[in-house]
Design a protein around this ligand. Structure first.
Ligand code: NAP
Length: 526
């Protein structure tokens, strides 16, 4: 299972291997990695879509325990190849081994969390309103509903999480859990890693006796293979993590279809941090150290990287700023994931350096190839409010400090924010009382508000929200991390007047699955 052929996986088959290929590249050395990878042809896109469409009626009706077995099988198969998988991922991404080990564990952990969710079964939100033939003036019908999968889902693997947001990552796990076949458009930054995981999923489909179309994984460019998949009539939803340009392009393709479909795109986010006066007074230097660790984590290539930091000017800010400048000036080198991300980082820094409204206060010495230094910019609230560029995401190890002289400015900044995945507040409980108005604004701007910590770690759990208003995502009503991610790929279906024997088990009289249900407005296991 650790063979890498360079070919797409279409159901149980391999793509044809004749056309000129592309290579994975080691970002640390620039070395091309073997073997070459071959893009899927339009016939292969068609085949993957047809197989997914054929698999849907069977897979969508699979019992929760069967889906759980499938998800756990994938996790076990990934664990079984962890060593060669991590080695290949390290070559393709230059991410540290410890990070990739953690990401492997997270990937398997989230597959198992979804397994638990579907095995328990209450996630389907079963609702039952029983009939009342005696009701006047009209009899009340028997009405029952539950959540059912949308249909085949296309997942675009992310560059920055080669495992946890890629082939068997959160989007795929949640779509499988919902009962949707998945076609992955593999990211060109880590093709070998993608194929190894893809084979683990393919083997799991086979071992669990599922139809082959439950999973395919295609190599090829976004504009060809990706767009063809999103346009295909069999496909009913899209999961994407990447740039705002890419996400918006796919939203437009999906909206222009004869039958428009939802695109759940997680795009750009600058993740504002607010350091309130009590926190700055009590532990400014400690916050500076934590902030530096957070915005340089993973070379700053996290969608939750804190990219702008707000605090009041004055004596207490000095120790914080000086500690941060000192940390950034260390000659530390960060290797970015690919040449596209590196040139985007260099261009963004160049643009911001030219912007007269901010000044670059510290930049670690420039590096060669895909290695870059961290950069710290500083400005004041007045300039920040006038200059929208300063709020844009720079993907890489950089952040901007924004000092304000009046409390009103921080509220004005918060009101003017676009949608972000997170906002972070450092403060005391007294600060929280004093800035209740700020928190109320932030609640309308982000998916997750973090208190006295940093936003880069995203816990995979039932309550997590990794989403936010546009442009951080295409649909702020959803999350792409945690078990609530399953709700992106389902819709409610209602059965009226059906005999109990013809209903899905979740809705039958006597509650044969023993799940939580809302029966005549009362939540219970009746
Ligand atoms: P990307 O360029 O958006 O690519 C992501 C995926 O979408 C790739 O598979 C790509 O295909 C495809 N794609 C891109 N543009 C497309 C289009 N117009 N039509 C169809 N498919 C398209 O993102 P990336 O490669 O991960 O990184 C580039 C930038 O994205 C970064 O500099 C950063 O700004 C941003 N980013 C943000 C996050 C976040 O979570 N906020 C995460 C990662 C990256 P190809 O294989 O053809 O490129």
């Amino acid at each position: 299972m650790t063979k890498i052929s360079g070919k797409s996986l279409i159901g149980f088959r391999e793509g044809a291997g004749t056309a000129a290929g592309f290579h994975g590249v080691n970002p640390a050395t620039g070395q091309k990695l073997e073997p070459p990878f071959v893009s899927a042809t339009s016939e292969e896109v068609e085949l993957a879509a047809r197989l997914a469409g054929e698999a849907f009626p069977v897979f969508s009706r699979l019992a929760g325990r069967e889906k759980a077995k499938f998800l756990r099988t994938i996790a076990a198969k990934i664990e079984a190849i962890a060593e060669p998988l991590i080695e290949r991922a390290e070559q393709e991404t230059a991410l540290p081994k410890a990070r990739l080990q953690g990401e492997t564990a997270r990937t398997c952990g989230q597959l198992r969390l979804f397994a638990q969710l579907v095995e328990e079964g209450s996630w389907v939100n079963a609702r039952i309103d029983t009939a009342d033939p005696e009701r006047k003036p009209l009899p009340k019908p028997d009405v029952r509903s539950l959540l059912r999968p949308l249909g085949p889902v296309v997942v675009f693997g992310a560059s920055n999480f080669p495992l946890a947001f890629s082939v068997a990552g959160g989007d795929t796990a949640s779509a499988f859990a919902a009962g949707s076949p998945v076609i992955v458009k593999a990211h060109h930054s880590h093709p070998g890693t993608s194929e190894l995981v893809g084979r683990a999923v393919q083997e799991s489909v086979r071992e669990c006796g599922l139809p082959e179309g439950v999973f395919s994984m295609l190599f090829g460019s976004g504009t060809q293979v990706g767009v063809a998949l999103v346009k295909h009539p069999v496909v009913k939803a899209v999961g994407f993590t990447g740039s705002r340009t890419g996400g918006k392009a796919l939203m437009a393709v999906a909206a222009a279809r004869p039958e428009p479909i939802p695109v759940y795109a997680e795009m750009s986010s600058t993740n504002p941090v607010f350091i309130l006066p009590g926190a700055l007074r009590e532990r400014g230097e400690q916050i500076a150290t934590g902030l530096h660790g957070s915005f340089t984590l993973g070379a700053g290539q996290f969608c939750t990287k804190p990219g702008m930091v707000f605090f009041a000017q004055g004596g207490e800010a000095e120790a914080f700023k000086s500690k941060l400048r000192q940390a950034v000036s260390q000659p530390q080198s960060f290797t970015l994931l690919n040449s596209g991300i590196t040139s985007a980082y260099r261009e963004s820094l160049g643009k911001r350096k030219q912007n007269a409204s901010s000044k670059l206060t510290v930049e670690a010495p420039p590096k060669e190839g895909l290695a870059v230094g961290a950069a710290l910019f500083e400005t004041d609230a007045e300039a920040f409010l006038k200059e929208p560029e300063l709020a844009e995401e720079i993907f890489g190890p950089s952040t901007i400090l924004v000092e304000h002289s009046q409390r009103a400015q921080v509220l004005e900044i918060a009101r003017g924010l676009e949608g972000h995945l997170t906002a972070t507040v450092h403060g005391t409980e007294q600060d929280l009382r004093d800035f209740a108005d700020l928190i109320a604004i932030l609640e309308t701007k982000v998916g997750r508000i973090v208190f006295n910590a940093f936003p880069t770690g995203v816990e995979v759990c039932h309550a997590m929200v990794h989403g936010g208003p546009f442009p951080s995502t295409s649909d702020g009503r959803s999350t792409s991390v945690g078990t609530q991610a399953i709700f992106r790929f389902v819709r409610p279906v209602c059965f009226q007047g059906f005999p109990t024997s013809a209903l899905p088990a979740e809705l039958q009289d006597g509650n044969p699955l023993g799940i939580w249900r809302l029966v005549n407005g009362e939540l219970g296991k009746k």
